[in-house]
Structure formats: C-alpha cells, structure tokens
Design a protein around this ligand. Sequence first.
Ligand code: ZN
Length: 436
Amino acid sequence: MIFNKSKETMSRDEITQVQLERLQMTLNRVYRNVAFYKTSFDTQGVGAESIRTLEDLGRLPFTTREHLLSAYPYDMFAVPLRDIVRLHSTSGTAGKPVVVGYTKNDLSHWAECTARLLSAAGITDQDVVQIAFHYDLCTGGFGFHQGAERIGASVIPASATAPDKQIMVMRDYKTTALLSTPSFAARLAQELETQHIHPEKLFLKKGLFGAEPWSENLRREIEERLHITALDNYGLTEIMGPGVAGECEEKRGLHVNEDHFIVEIVDPATGAAVSAGETGELVFTTITKEGFPLIRYRSGDMAAFLCDPCPCGRTFCRISRVSGRTDDLIFFGGTKLFPADVEKILLAVEGTAPHFAIDLWSDPDGSEVMEVKVEISEKVFAIDKLRDLESVRDVIRRRIEQVLGVSAKVLLVEPKSLRTDADGAKFRRVTDRRRK
Ligand SMILES: [Zn+2]
C-alpha cells in the first residue's frame, strides 16, 4: 500500500517543482538564521537568488561532518531553542556528537516519512510492530515509533534489550514485524536456534532493517532463519534519522522521500556528480526541515541511482543499497577498492558466511599487507576437512587477485567469530594499521 499516494506518485515535473520551491525557501531560511551558511554563501557569492533550477544546486558549497562538529552543540540550528521540541544526537564514538533538533513540524514530517517506509514494506494497522532499536539519543527507536503509530499498527517499544527477552515478547505478544539493525536480527535468529524455537512458532512475517550497511547475503540469511521478508531502509541522524529512504516490496533499491530531501551522488574525491548508474557518495539537502536544515551534506555513504521505473508505482527516485562508507575506501597496492568489492567475490564462493573483515598493516620491511578474514559457513566448519578449507581459502585468494588485481592474505575463521555485538554496535569492517 502507498501511504501518501498524492505525494509518492507525483510526476517528475511536479517533484522538480516542489523541490525547487522548497529548496529556495530553505536557502533563504538558513541564510537568515544560520551564521555558518551566511558566511559560506557570502564567501562563494551564491544564495537563493542564484538557484533557478535544480542543476544550480551544484554551485552551493558542501556541508561536512567537520562543519557540524565545530558547530557543537547548537550553532547549526535555524530556530531558537524554544521552538525545538526534541533533541537527538549521533553516537559520537570519537569525541563530541552532532546534536540535532526538531520542531513540531519536523516531528510530524518525520512520522510521515517513516510511515511511508513501513507502508512500502507492507506493514498496516493490522500489524504488531516490535521496535528493537535503542530508545535514547539515537534516532532509531523514536523515529520509527511515531511512523508506526501514525499507520495505526500496534507498537511495542522493545528497545534493544537482551535477545532472550526480545524472543519472549515476540512470541507472547504475537509480533508480526521486527524493526532493528540487521546484525541484531541475525543475533535474534541465533537466539531462536539456541532456544530450539522453530521460526514458524512465531507470528513474524516482515522485518525492516537499517542503521548499518548489510549485504544481500545477510538478507538471505535473515530471511531463511527467521522465515520473513527482510527489507532495507536508510537514514542518518544529521538529515533526519530513519525515514530518508526505504525499499518497497519489489526489493529494487530504496525510494528516497524526495518531497523532503534532494539527493545527489558525487565522486568522493572531486565532489563532481557521477555519471548515471555509477556509485558515489550520497549528498543530501533537506527541504522541509525547520530546526536543523542542511545544504548539500556529505553523508560519507556510497550508493548509486537506479533509474528504471519501479513496478510499485512510486515515482520517487531510487538509490541502490548503501555499499559502504567513503572512509572505507582502501588504497592498496596502487589500486582503489571498497569492502563491497571483496564482498561480491565472497558471495560467489560457496562455504563462506556473509561476514568478513579487512586488516591492513605494514611489515617491518615496509611492505604493506592486506588480510581478509572470512567466516566460513556452519556446514563447511562441521565437515572440518583441512583440505576443503585450504581449497576455499585458495579460491578466495585467487579470485581477489584476478578480479581486484591485488594479492591479499586470506584467513578463514570460525562461524560467528566476526559477528557484531548483541547490542547492535556498528561493526568495524576495515582496520588500517599501516604506517602513514
Ligand atoms: Zn518501488
């Protein structure tokens, strides 16, 4: 079902018109109310009046994470604190977080955006929705909560508590839809197996997973182990939280809520727009936010536009599933590669689990080493023939060399040894300890 048909099926001309009007309003507002934007537009000699088409957006300067960090806590707010009714922040694992504020209208738009995502996933007022994101300064729990209530679903604010408790709630309260990080969903599947509960003993039919990049392989694993349809969604606290983009039941990429956000995809090195279909860095401009509007914010997340029409009828543009972070871009042996490139190779090798990590370091002689740690599947692990393991390792090593043109060490590790923590903490895919 389409939650807001008159918006989500607008023609391209209508979308462009709405975006341009709202963009100009936003530019005027940030110029008046945010010192950072006044200075930055004045320095570049641009402003609302120089933006006549959406293509002109490219003339405006980017906003980066560093800009937001140096505005800590409130310097990027475009309204006085008395108009802010909710505060959230990023996790701020390395130092101070980015603090974001929402007005009443912002919260209402946020609920609308997440309600659209839930509807696109087939969730209705008949569903019992268990939200296993943290309910705290992070945006996951509260963000989805309002959208699920707006749809009229029965909402269980389970938060990200212990897996055994989640399973009890899921079974006893007859949960039909689960919202969490994909790694937490995998953890719950494991808990079911530990407790010898067959997934059919539950009522679960759908899952919406996000807040960290995850692969098609992990999607398959979650779907098979929980007997559900698993859909991806994308959001980031700086822009809103969950609700920026999400998959419909067609699983052909994520529809962006284009009447609230303008998305661009740029080459992370040059900042120029990439060609159609090419992967680059997602850049977002908010066009309805009042409390914390951002112009051309560089997300650091990598994806591509998918341009063919979607059979679901929604006309909002689609982006591919996020394939990694610009920070994960690895320069090694004269080559540029992403963890997603390694993942593609692993997908084709039987006997590997959808979990891997890449370590880089410098040997004492100065040469650089890349090691790919790969989890093997339970099946291969159970057979445990040394020769079989060696052949799996050799296949991976050869494929990396042929496809990526680099030679890497490959280390096979036991099933579940690389998995993320039960609390859904973000998993570190790449560790670079090379001497600079
Ligand atoms: Zn669709």
